[in-house]
Ligand binder design. Structure first.
Ligand code: NAD
Ligand code: TYD
Length: 349
């Protein structure tokens, strides 16, 4: 029996990874460690929470004693580390929270693994990171695994720092690590501070759709379950010490993406064609807004045989359907802390 610690498993991507591992590997014991910050939500895991191979532990990765005790108590074979502060706009308001969780929290986990794993045979520490560590592209080019790091926001600087520590632990102590850097995810259970669920929620409620600057920034979007499948593959078959870029081969200008969401929502809600586009509102740009991200994922494609499976039109439709069918999920989040955050971010833009 293998014991796998998944951190941040109550969050957006983490919950999809936990579900995949719990369902696919009945012989594993899956521990979901999550602090349940504003972004952590156990409602994401209702369908699997009673399975025998799953347990949830509430805890903070910045708490050194707690993390060390956890590694002493459980015989952990592998770590899939997703816990992080993940939203760029929040990082601009409060960088320290990002340094604490993303940097210190990651180093706590690395240290605990190093200390408790006297023998590294069969062990694996998998760190989940972002393409944002590579900085911002112009019209041309794509991020490769060899692209020099050039993080531009407090969020990406903290993630870059954590990536460096993971590599340093491999280089210095031979800790068996793998890292992936993935492009923007979308799909069910994403907290509605991020562009796609925020736009869906606002269209539903006929609220303005805040597009930063001119809406010309470009992101490469990947359906979250395709990311979870890539994580499964890299965790089991990726080469120790290696980095793999993961992307959707799916670049969209923000304004075109928002218009596509308007079209799908109008169809779904049986509103007249063009109705939701009227809600688009150009607002003050994000400080230091990265222009373009684009991932070259040919390494994971050729070495591990991964491919993004769901095309964007169907992915967007599935996502919209999910949010419209799960009104309770959205309402539980939107009433509460998120309401204050939303007012603070958008009232003065
Ligand atoms: P999220 O914000 O939805 O979830 C983060 C989870 O981590 C939450 O459940 C939260 O409660 C937990 N958490 C936060 N601080 C913690 C702490 N101190 N201790 C324990 N748990 C804590 O994030 P996400 O979008 O699911 O991203 C997951 C990971 O994937 C992050 O490491 C992020 O950098 C990375 N990533 C995200 C994207 C994306 O598009 N969302 C793309 C590439 C990489
Ligand atoms: P986001 O979902 O926050 O992801 P990231 O900043 O990590 O890429 O934003 C995606 C893009 O959408 C980014 O270019 C910023 C832009 N954006 C808006 O135009 N309006 C919004 O309200 C939000 C949240 C984002």
């Amino acid at each position: 029996m293998k014991t796998i610690l998944i951190t941040g498993g109550a969050g957006f991507i983490g919950s999809h990874v936990v579900r995949l591992f719990v369902n696919k590997y009945p012989d594993y014991s899956i521990i979901n460690l999550d602090a349940l910050t504003y972004a952590g939500n156990l409602e994401n895991l209702r369908d699997i929470e009673t399975q025998n191979n799953y347990q949830f532990i509430k805890g903070d990765i910045t708490d050194i004693d707690f993390i060390n005790n956890l590694f002493t108590k459980y015989n952990i074979d592998g770590v899939v580390h997703l816990a992080a502060e993940s939203h760029v706009d929040r990082s601009i308001e409060d960088p320290m929270a990002f340094i604490n969780t993303n940097v210190l929290g990651t180093v706590n986990l690395l240290n605990a693994a190093k200390e408790s794993w006297k023998n590294f045979e069969g062990k694996r520490f998998y760190h989940i990171s972002t393409d944002e560590v590579y900085g911002s592209l112009g019209d041309e080019g794509m991020f490769l695994e060899t692209t020099a790091y050039d993080p531009k926001s407090p969020y990406s600087a903290a993630k870059a720092s954590s990536d460096h520590f993971v590599r340093a632990y491999h280089n210095t102590y031979k800790l068996p690590v793998v890292i992936t850097n993935c492009s923007n995810n979308y799909g069910p259970n994403q907290f509605p501070e991020k562009l796609i669920p925020l736009v869906i929620n606002n269209i539903k409620n006929k609220k303005p759709l805040p597009v930063y600057g001119k809406g010309e920034n470009i992101r490469d979007w990947l359906y979250v379950e395709d990311h979870a499948k890539a994580i499964d593959l890299v965790f089991h078959q990726g080469t120790i010490g290696e980095t793999y870029n993961i992307g959707g081969k799916n670049e969209w200008k923000n304004i075109d993406l928002v218009r596509a969401l308007c079209r799908v929502m109008d169809e779904n809600l049986q509103r007249p064609n063009g109705e939701s586009e009227k809600l688009i509102t150009f607002v003050k740009d994000r400080a230091g807004h990265d222009l373009r991200y684009a991932i070259d994922c040919s390494k994971i494609v050729s070495e591990l045989g991964w491919q993004p499976e769901l095309d964007f039109e169907n992915g967007i439709r599935k996502t919209v359907d999910w949010y419209l069918e799960n009104e309770d999920w959205l309402e539980h989040i939107v009433s509460g802390e998120y309401e204050n955050y939303y007012k603070q971010q958008y009232n003065n833009r």
